[in-house]
Design a protein around this ligand. Sequence first.
Ligand code: EPS
Length: 446
Amino acid sequence: MGAFRFLTAGESHGPSLGVTIEGVPAGLTVTADDVAVDLARRQRGYGRGARQTIEQDRAEILGGVRHGLTLGSPILLLVRNRDWENWTQVMAVEPLDEEAAGALFTAASEGNKKATPITRVRPGHADLAGALKYGFNDVRNVLERASARETAARVAAGGVARAFLREFGIETWSFTAEVGGVSVDPALCTRSRDEADASPLRCPDPAAEERMIARIDEARSAGDTVGGVFEVVVHGLPIGLGSYVHWDRRLDAALAAAVMSINIVKGVEFGLGFEQTRRFGSGVHDVIEGRTEEGRWVHRSNNAGGLTGGVTNGEPLVVRGAVKPISTLARPLPSADLVTGEAVDKAHYERSDISVVPAAGVVAEAMVMLTLASFVLEKFGGDTVDDVRAGLERYRARIAAAPEAPVAGGRRRDASLSTPANAGAAAPAPAHGLTGTDEAGSGGDD
Ligand code: EPS
């Protein structure tokens, strides 16, 4: 990933999660308290399981920051797993000595679930493909890393991206738009952003939220799980982030990949998304009303979700993600055994969440912010935050000003050439080969 890169490490029940973020300019204020805000938001949400009562995520900053300011060097963040205390043998990093291995063997023979190797793969999880791919006979080696616990590290990195983007007035948030087929009604979204953030499902529509909660309760009592849709909204982006000139410079493509990479996400759409396919063009495309005196371009609607041609267009960015129901079911589905290859009545179950749409929204905010930070840095460059600010301000001033009126042929000519006095003079041969105004003015090839 581009200029603002990050890599996470760590297993769900291992000692900790870690993330290294590279490319953060010097001079950015970053504190553990700032990063903690999003980590806490990710842990909340009606439908979360017992694990969240164990964890109280907080990132320690172990490198790249001095006296609260970034140094331009890689930033290293560590989020310790509190649950590790309960897994020190099963998830030991160092080889087990004879005694410890024997103790685990005995515990497993006595039916201790944690100690028992896992072979009954879960439908919908990375278990089967992951175990075959990496040559494991204990699926724990897969599920520990495929776990959504890893997203805590992404959210910690996202906290740094949030601090960076905030320097330039770029603000990101998200809300729960749908759970189990119950959607918010935009006309009934009466809660402010803070009120929505404080609500059980981080939902702006209180009536829809009640029905969403009922769906989660329904899933819980059936031993089942339920998915939904989150929406991420970003304000304050300059026009022109991303590019239409190459597939890998399109911001929509990068954002879709980033959001799609979240463990539970199965689809991504921008603005009206798939709904565009059901309407005529006149009911989809955002009429451009013009430039204000302050140099701001105004669209009549934002069906495109703030991106046209893979480039930001000055409207808020609107990204929605489809969250599948979690694949670990309290009433497990039938499956098969990795070793015997035979069908089994029930897949593996330890403990799980019922629904995580609000948490997935916070993770998506992080992925969106990390992607935007990368595009901002690529476009405006700079080793310090002030360098980036100067580049961005110069650019904002340029696009706020009216461009010079274009001239056919690309060059200003002596105005007298087209005056009536010269009407009889031979016209210079047009370089483009067009002869009439009809063709010259026939518009683009949209
Ligand atoms: C997860 C299973 C559960 C979730 C976990 C993701 O963990 P555990 O097996 O410890 O109960 O709680 O998510 C988190 C721990 C988290 O912080 O989001 C899974 O299998 O993906």
